[in-house]
Design a binder for this molecule. Structure first.
Ligand SMILES: N[C@@H](CCC(=O)N[C@@H](CS)C(=O)NCC(=O)O)C(=O)O
Length: 214
């Protein structure tokens, strides 16, 4: 069956799915879609009505929403399992992914990374209020994740799961901002996790490289 990933190479969510495919050793084709571009082909909305990336197409199956996709990949292909067997451990993994989606993505990526690193790189003006909101929100999210990890409920890099892939893709952007890298040091368990996770092969293989200059 042909597996086609529609996504943007700079998108953290697209990267999470790519990492899951690589971890499982699944061959796939890629179609570059930029949901932020004015000229994005409107036919993409037939795959994803909310105009987000990624979408995975497997034969006649069309799947969007990253966690649905990564779970499906993990459960339908051979290769090392990326989800714990134990029901409570699996619930913890889901809890971590939900925290990341709902409370970490916007502050860590869209506020801290975008306003400190990306906008200046593209020659666009940053909003200090967004930076401040982002740093506050990121600290709250990281504190919650640190508590979960220090209680032994995963994100420990020993039992790598879908949650590790989820956070790693966002962490690469967050620590690209000096303020993000500094803040991570406030959370020793996560800082230690990141030291190991940043060397993970699927993360390195999906590095999108520098954003084009604005
Ligand atoms: N809930 C979606 C979120 C996907 C998402 O937000 N992707 C970003 C790129 S990383 C996007 O498409 N953004 C377009 C926009 O915000 O307009 C998922 O889990 O796949």
């Amino acid at each position: 069956m042909t597996v086609v990933l529609h996504g943007l190479k700079y998108s953290v969510y697209t990267r999470i799915v790519k990492m899951a495919l690589l971890e499982k050793g699944v061959a796939f084709d890629q179609v570059e879609v930029n949901p932020f571009a004015d000229d994005m082909p409107l036919s993409y909305l037939d795959l994803h009505p909310f105009r987000r990336v990624p979408t995975l197409v497997l034969g006649d199956v069309v799947l969007y929403e990253t966690t649905a996709i990564t779970r499906y990949i993990d459960e339908s292909f051979d290769g090392p399992s990326l989800q714990p067997e134990d029901p409570l451990a699996r619930a913890r993994m889901t809890q971590i992914i939900s925290i990341i989606d709902n409370y970490a993505y916007i502050p860590m990526v869209r506020q801290v990374f975008s306003h400190i690193v990306l906008w200046p790189h593209l020659g666009r003006e940053s909003d200090p209020e967004q930076v401040s909101l982002g740093l506050t929100g990121a600290r709250l999210a990281l504190k919650a994740l640190e508590n979960i990890a220090s209680e032994g409920h995963q994100l420990n890099s020993k039992s790598r799961s879908l949650a590790d892939l989820h956070l790693a893709a966002m962490m690469t952007y967050f620590v690209a901002a000096d303020e993000g890298a500094e803040m991570l040091q406030e959370f020793p368990v996560l800082a230690d996790w990141w030291q190991k996770m940043r060397l993970c092969q699927s993360l390195a293989a999906t590095d999108p490289g520098q954003f084009p200059q604005g």
